[in-house]
Design a protein around this ligand. Sequence first.
Ligand SMILES: Cc1ncc(COP(=O)(O)O)c(C=O)c1O
Length: 464
Amino acid sequence: MEFKSNIIIEPFRIKSVEPIKKLSKEDRALALRKAHFNLFKLSSDDVLIDLLTDSGTSAMSALQWGEIQKGDESYAGSSSFAVFEQTIRDLTGYKHIIPTHQGRAAEKILFQTLSKRYSGITPGKIPNNSHFDTTRANLEVAGFEGIDLPCEEFFNFESDFSFKGNMNLEKLEVLLKKFGADQIPIGMLTMTNNSCGGQPVSYKNIEETSRLFKKYKIPFYLDACRFAENVAFIRKHELPDLTPTEIAKKIFRLADGCTFSAKKDALANIGGFLATNDDDLVEDFTSLLILTEGFPTYGGLAGRDLLAIAQGLREILDEDYLEYRLAVTRYIGKKLDALKIPYLRPAGGHAIYLNAKRICDHLKWSEYPGQVLALSLYLEGGIRGCEIGSVMFGKKVDGSESAHPSELVRLAIPRRVYTQSHMDYCCEVIAYVAEHRAKLSAARIVKQPKQLRHFACEFTWPMN
Ligand SMILES: Cc1ncc(COP(=O)(O)O)c(C=O)c1O
């Protein structure tokens, strides 16, 4: 006899807790009015379940907090950096490890340095399955053009294809043939693909992408923020006989370097790094690091952060943790299936993306169905999600507006923070809002900044 459970439990127990406060609907309405119906402007104290982002919101482990106590805060030669460097080198195999305060600082250092080297090219092109918004902004500021090449399968939100984060290899080869290494300073691949539903890239696709960049002699960098979640999908669907660490090591060795935000798959609240095998670039990377982040043995971080990140990287590839992590979004997905509520299928690694275009199909794109759905989830249940649609992407540089192809609400799940009953509650709220969707009215923008309007714009919205 051997008992086998089908339930994937949270592989941790809770030692330290933080209260969350349930406001009345009237108080939430008041908070929304005060925030001008922009969820980024809410006080987090007024949010019951915060699914705005999975970035920097992880619960650290007792061992990570222990490392925080041990941090060596020496300006130069910190022993904390030695641990950080060795942990990342063992995992990735990369020669040079450059600590930064978060992922976007690694992106800035990479692209600014490349732009000096490629100053004759206007503008050099940088392909990716899809660039995250800070990656795109940083490469554009450095004078490059970001090219998104997501695979065709991604655009069918109803299909259950397991690797919708794949690079479109046919389109990539056309681009590489046309522009070559002279006009393409580096190629990139984001795992999992946050701009495309948190969908993973297959090992085969990473291998093929790497082969193509090698063929055209173009350095290949990974955006590795959520590498461990991508590894978990690869293990589930493609390489079940390898351990997560073995898969991660194989992946990193297919590339020449990576950018990394430790706020995701290092289970830390801050931090990042740039890693490379390129001996020529590293001197310029380091000069810019010292100018904008700090000395190479701490970057933009405290010694204690370096240790917490190193410990997080040791924990993130734990098999039980990764099994639980994927089970969370899959669990919500199954509940939504039963309720017939459309979302971007299959469930992503770090988030569920509700399909607001279909849920609020009585609203035009210019009435911002994603924003309306996100506001309703907060008003009815105190849940904070994030619109990813025409509010975020509909305004062009010339000031004109057009429909974004998708209207989504991303519910990003912080790591190790919420329990299954929190998720059950979220599904109840989603079901209630979806049931009463006919009553939801348009949102209108009344004030907006020129750039990145979703963070600061103000709306009116009749709270029916
Ligand atoms: C795929 C991806 N790349 C880069 C970044 C930037 O990282 P950071 O927020 O640490 O600057 C993010 C942040 O969400 C991301 O999701």
